[in-house]
Design a protein around this ligand. Structure first.
Ligand SMILES: Nc1ncnc2c1ncn2[C@@H]1O[C@H](COP(=O)(O)OP(=O)(O)OP(=O)(O)O)[C@@H](O)[C@H]1O
Length: 251
C-alpha cells in the first residue's frame, strides 16, 4: 500500500581495504520516520554521506523517487527533494535568523552572498521562510543574530534551513548531538511536530532519542544491517544490546 521513496541496494562504501558500508540494502516508504542507529564506527555517517551524495558509493545503487541517484552530486539530489542537516553547524554567525533564511531560500553560498545585494524577498520566498521557521519553532527569533542563539536554537535553525527548499525527504544528521537535556527535549519536539508526509531519515547515536522519534529502525553494525524492526522490538533485541554494550566476542 505504501509507496517506496528511497531504496538502497547492496550499497558499499570502501576506504581502501575498509568497507565502512558493506552491502547495505534498505527501503524507506514515503512518510516514514526511519532511524539509523548503531555503535561507534558502525557506518552510519558513511551511509548518510552515500545517500546525500557527499561520498559516492563504491558499489550498489540508490534510487529516490524512482530515479537512480547513485552518482548524482548533492545539489542534484536536493533538486529532487532531498534535504539534510549537518552535524557541524553551517550558519552565518553574525547574520540574523531571517538573513540566514534568506540566503538559504535563494540557494546562495557564502561566496556569492553580497551585503550590498538586494535584501528583498518575494512573497513566495517569504511564505516558505515563515513556514520553515514555524515548523522549526523559531518564528519568534527572526531578528536575533545567530551568534546570540543557544546551541539548541542553532540546531532548530538548521532544521528550518533544510525545510526552506520544501523537501519531500529530510535527512537529519545527529540533530541532538552536544545538546543539553532541555535542548534535546525541544529539538525532539520540533522533529516530532514536523509534517507527517515528510519522510525522515535520522542518524542518531543516542538510542533513546532515536527510538522515541522513529517509526522504524535500522541498526547497523560493522557496515552491515544487523536488524531492522520497530522501536519497541529494537529495545528488546538482544543482538542490538550486545553491539551497543560492546559485549566481547567469543572465539
Ligand atoms: N574518510 C574516511 N577514510 C577512512 N576511513 C573512514 C572514513 N570515514 C569513516 N571511516 C571509517 O569507516 C568506519 C565507519 O565510520 P562512520 O563514521 O561511518 O561510523 P559511524 O557509525 O557514523 O560512527 P560514529 O557513531 O562514531 O559517528 C570507521 O571505521 C571509520 O574509521
Amino acid at each position: 500500500m505504501t509507496e517506496t521513496i528511497l531504496t538502497l541496494t547492496d550499497v558499499v562504501v570502501a576506504f581502501d581495504a575498509l568497507r565502512a558500508v558493506d552491502g547495505v540494502s534498505l527501503t524507506v516508504p514515503r512518510g516514514q520516520r526511519r532511524a539509523i542507529i548503531g555503535p561507534n564506527g558502525a557506518g552510519k555517517t558513511t551511509l548518510f554521506n552515500a545517500i546525500t551524495g557527499v561520498i559516492p558509493p563504491t558499489d550498489g545503487t540508490i534510487v529516490f523517487e524512482g530515479k537512480t541517484i547513485t552518482k548524482l552530486p548533492p545539489h542534484r539530489r536536493a533538486a529532487l527533494g532531498i534535504s539534510r542537516t549537518f552535524q557541524i553547524t553551517n550558519l552565518f554567525p553574525t547574520l540574523s535568523v531571517q538573513d540566514n533564511m534568506v540566503l538559504a531560500v535563494r540557494g546562495l553560498s557564502p561566496r556569492k552572498f553580497s551585503l550590498f545585494g538586494s535584501p528583498d524577498t518575494n512573497d513566495e520566498e517569504n511564505a516558505r521562510i515563515v513556514k520553515a521557521l514555524n515548523a522549526a519553532q523559531m518564528h519568534h527569533r527572526t531578528d536575533i543574530p545567530v551568534k546570540d542563539l543557544s546551541y539548541g536554537e542553532q540546531r532548530q535553525l538548521e532544521i528550518a534551513l533544510a525545510l526552506v527548499t520544501e523537501p519531500t525527504t529530510l535527512l537529519l544528521d545527529e540533530p541532538a548531538a552536544g545538546l543539553s537535556p532541555a535542548e534535546r527535549t525541544i529539538v525532539a519536539d520540533v522533529i516530532k511536530s514536523l509534517p507527517r508526509d515528510l519522510t525522515l531519515v535520522l542518524i542518531e547515536h543516542d538510542m533513546a532519542l532515536a527510538l522515541g522519534l522513529a517509526d522504524f529502525v535500522t541498526c547497523l553494525h560493522e557496515g552491515r544491517v544487523l536488524v531492522e524492526e520497530s522501536p519497541d522490538a529494537i529495545r528488546k533485541n538482544q543482538k542490538v544490546q550486545e553491539v551497543y554494550l560492546g559485549k566481547p566476542r567469543h572465539a
